[in-house]
Design a protein around this ligand. Structure first.
Ligand code: IPD
Ligand code: CA
Ligand code: CA
Length: 269
């Protein structure tokens, strides 16, 4: 199946949502609310999500929705589910730091089939359809072929809600600083994953993530030739909150480093 119509619909939905978000940025009129500690939501998140869901349901009224601000789920049913993050990187958006994106994925019978990530501030668009390769602004992308950790650039996200594992995280972070070219933390996991897909990062790891953070970016990585796994090396990364991504040798390297810094029960899966 080509999923041509699905891709067209979400391209249009993302463009419409990005216009809304840009308007809020221009006028600085948005209100910032706290959903929990350091967990921000703005009017722009809500308006973006509404627009995306309206567009999708207009074309595919029978499909299901899992969206950060309105339709949360803890597992995927059989059938077609659209997984939406209306602004990934809300903290960046709220502070005017230009790294935030819209992430939309379609999962069918618990497998990713379409993914699109649009970085709003700079207009960079990544997309993939199962079996059809991965693209950045329409051009094919491939994962980095670099397999030597000492020549790699690694992406990560800093924990900010669940701080119980921060000590282990910092031990790991220090190791990464010593064993790689460097570590970057853009603050928008969906776009971070796309940076792996197009070879800017050799690898990525983070914990505390939700399904909408990783649903699209992971398919884009897989279609670019990369690997995605949870912190046990398994496949429970959509709802498992912990992710490793990269080319296969870099994933093995990251998995080993992570497993040496966290207790077995902290790796969960
Ligand atoms: C957050 C971003 C951030 C990551 C957090 C996510 P949000 O998403 O992806 O990079 O570190 O774990 O929650 O809340 O801005 O949609
Ligand atoms: Ca997010
Ligand atoms: Ca969000």
């Amino acid at each position: 199946m080509s999923y041509k119509k699905e891709l067209e619909v979400i391209q249009k939905a993302a463009e419409a949502a990005a216009m809304i978000i840009r308007e809020y940025t221009k006028n600085s009129t948005f209100e910032i609310k706290l959903k929990g500690k350091n967990d921000l939501v703005t009017d722009a998140d809500l308006a973006s999500e509404k627009k995306i869901i309206e567009n999708i349901l207009h074309s595919f009224p029978d499909d299901m929705i899992l969206a950060e601000e309105s339709e949360q789920k803890v597992s995927l049913p059989e059938g077609r589910v659209w997984i939406i993050d209306p602004i990934d990187g809300t903290t960046n958006f709220a502070h005017g730091f230009p790294a935030y994106c819209i992430s939309i994925a379609l999962w069918e019978n618990k497998k990713p089939v379409v993914g699109l990530v649009m970085e709003v501030a700079n207009g960079e668009v990544f997309h993939a359809v199962k079996g059809g390769g991965a693209f950045r602004n329409g051009d094919t992308i491939r994962i980095s072929e670099e397999t030597d950790p000492s020549a790699s650039l690694i992406g990560t996200g800093f924990p900010y809600k669940d701080l119980d594992l921060v000590d282990n995280y910092l031990v790991l972070f220090k190791r990464m600083m010593g064993k790689t070219h460097g570590v970057r933390r853009p603050g928008t996991a969906a776009w971070d994953l796309c940076n792996v897909a197009c070879g800017r990062f050799e690898g990525f790891y983070e914990y505390g993530l939700s399904a909408w953070d990783v649903a699209a970016g992971s398919l884009i990585i897989q279609e670019a030739g990369g690997t995605v796994m949870d912190w046990t090396g398994g496949s429970n990364w959509l709802f498992g909150q912990r992710i490793i991504a990269g080319n296969a040798p870099m994933c093995d390297f990251l998995l080993k480093e992570i497993q040496e810094c966290f207790r077995k029960d902290e790796l969960r899966a």
